[in-house]
Design a protein around this ligand. Structure first.
Ligand SMILES: C[S@@+](CC[C@H](N)C(=O)[O-])C[C@H]1O[C@@H](n2cnc3c(N)ncnc32)[C@H](O)[C@@H]1O
Length: 354
């Protein structure tokens, strides 16, 4: 998924460093889960994952990829919907996805608030989705909720289907990467008919945990071997940038405002987007002393200065920094031009002396 700070392309490197440095233990706290890509990778390497994020749609992904350990069977659902009879050769998961793809369109919250047709009364009608795709999102989202209410799907099956929808929506959104604004012309991706696809799940025989709260509240909830920190690097809050994914995940008919139709995110603001509060929180994590190692992903453009991070960490043990030159495409000029830029990705590795 397109997500600021997504570590998908760096997880192998992170994992290699953890092995090279011989960090022992397999209880892994993905403190800033986001897409849950880091948790996913370490789950597939047989770690036990504890994971959390302030964003609810991240919690959906965490439940689908981390908490769920097996292929969904949708047994109860398939007994009660007609789909099973005419699609004999697919497996159950494919059947349900196909059924959802054929659900009759609904003019629901997403259509009414994020398409030009639904918002034609506004001075600047919103162009996040074409009408048909928005109605499809509404229809699929409502159907999943209906199945949950009728107890036709299990909790894991519910999160798996929601995750399929969350993963799919960005491919049909008329944005430059984040939902803080929509594009003024239609992007080709937004004009394609939306098609739901199944996600790849990860099997495991360990029990994994997902939370939707500030990870600061979880510092003493489990015993951790590795706390992996991947905080926001700058002042930009995450919640407003992903407000529509949040609303699709919650589907709670929120009050929205402004040109972009933003939901309120007061209780999702992160202390890590403020230099002083970020450093204070880092200190609290380091002092929690409930871990063997802290691995912090950061880069040379982050708001916490290197000397301050080292000062905090070195009080609790030995610290090493490993760097990696990472080529990033930076959008300038409202996304009209892109320049290549090398960013120094850093891993701070703190070995707790206690
Ligand atoms: C850099 S992103 C993490 C990206 C993630 N590693 C990935 O690969 O997708 C930072 C994440 O931290 C979350 N966040 C910020 N403050 C938090 C807090 N106090 N507790 C939990 N999550 C927080 C944000 O919502 C955002 O999803």
């Amino acid at each position: 998924m397109r997500f600021i700070g997504n570590k998908e392309r760096l997880v192998d490197w992170i994992h290699n460093i953890i092995q090279e440095k011989e960090l022992e233990g397999n209880i892994f706290f993905d403190f800033f889960s986001g897409t849950s890509n880091v948790g996913k990778h370490f789950k597939s390497k047989d770690y036990q994952i504890i994971s959390s994020d302030l964003l609810y749609f991240s919690f959906v992904l965490q439940n689908a990829y981390l908490v769920n350990n097996k292929k969904p069977l949708f047994e109860k659902l398939l007994n009660s919907i007609e789909a099973s009879s005419n699609l004999l050769f697919s497996d159950n998961f494919d059947l349900v996805i196909e059924y959802l793809n054929k659900t009759p369109l609904v003019k629901g919250f997403i259509y009414q608030n994020y398409t030009p047709d639904g918002t034609s009364h506004l001075e600047k009608p919103r162009m996040y989705f074409i009408s048909e795709n928005a109605q499809k999102i509404d229809a699929i989202r409502l159907k999943i909720e209906e199945w949950k209410t009728k107890k036709l799907i299990t909790k894991n099956e519910y999160f798996i289907l929601l995750a399929c929808l969350i993963e799919c929506v960005p491919f049909f959104s008329n944005i430059l990467g984040v939902y803080a604004a929509f594009k003024k012309d239609w992007d080709v991706r937004a004009l394609k008919p939306l098609k739901l696809k199944r996600i790849q799940l990860i099997e495991s025989n360990k029990k994994h945990f997902a939370y939707n709260k500030s990870s600061m509240e979880l510092l003493q909830s489990h015993k951790y071997d590795i706390i992996y920190l991947d905080p926001p690097y700058n002042q930009r809050q995450y919640a407003p940038n992903y407000h529509i994914l949040e609303t699709i995940a919650k589907y709670d008919n929120p009050e929205i405002k402004g040109v972009s139709g933003m939901r309120n995110y007061d209780n999702q603001k992160s202390d890590f987007c403020n230099k002083i509060r970020a450093l204070n929180s880092l200190e609290e994590i380091v002092k929690s002393n409930n871990y063997k190692y802290i691995v912090l992903s950061y880069n040379n453009e982050g708001i916490m200065p290197q000397e301050k991070i080292l000062e905090i960490m070195e009080k609790q043990g030995s610290v090493e920094i490993v760097e990696y030159d990472y080529l990033r495409f930076k959008s300038n000029n409202n996304g009209l031009s892109k320049t290549k830029k090398y960013i120094k990705e850093q891993l701070y590795i703190l070995k707790n002396k206690a």
